[in-house]
Design a protein around this ligand. Sequence first.
Ligand code: NAD
Length: 266
Amino acid sequence: MVRVIVVGAAGRMGRTLIKSVVEAEDMELVGAVEWAQCPALGMDAGVCAGLKPCGVKLTAELRPLLKGADVIIDFSTGTVVENATAAVEANVAAVVGTTALGDDKIAALRGLAAKGGRLVQATNMSVGVNLLFHLCGEVAKILGDYDVEIIETHHNQKKDAPSGTAMTLAEVVAAAREVCLKDEIRNGRSGLPGARTPSEIGVHAVRGGDVVGDHTVLFATQGERVELTHKASSRETFTKGALRAARFLQDAKPGLYTMRDVLGFN
Ligand code: NAD
């Protein structure tokens, strides 16, 4: 059995993760962590996830739980690097799903891997989106001079924009075209931005309703458009991927892995 701690347990992803872990035959939920002011602290994690009680209470303290765990799965919007550091220090693997971490936090996770940590970090854990990353890179190489625009749509409660997945897609296009993303990214347009430059990579965020996550990569030229689209209709597509990542790390050597490593696309 893989013993799992869910961090960010009362959130949308956290509750879906608890359900996926409780339902997985090869996994045991051994901890559910939330921030100190969360109103759900002390609540049974199963009840929090809309299931029957499972005997694990939501707590604000991660460290005391680590000695009885094999992996933390963190989709919290809080202290992600601190949580991963505590896990690595206790020889516990870490799956990090939180987006908008920024270069400094990704570098910190890489540093933990260099110290012997086993981690998976991915802006999107779904199999379909990781296939989209792969296809997007191939198409960007083949359609080298087409205009590229990335459009993402999410529910109206999403805090960060553009989505981490849209940013990964933009990085994939930039890498395929051997350009620097920071120089080429155009986040939305307004006013009089002028004609589009051939090399720019447009990234646009749409927010509304309960959309779990849609991503389209548009390749356009004179006379035709090619669109690659992924639509997530349930958060379980992400949590199933997170569980695969947790299993993968049980036998992995130290390192900071992506979902493409987990799924064997690299
Ligand atoms: P949410 O706001 O519903 O949940 C976040 C939870 O984290 C909240 O319950 C909050 O109280 C908790 N939290 C905040 N600080 C904390 C701390 N210090 N310790 C523990 N818990 C803390 O958000 P969500 O929709 O569940 O999304 C969470 C994150 O996951 C976002 O960054 C989102 O973009 C990302 N996400 C990633 C994937 C993926 O596949 N990688 C998929 C969907 C969402």
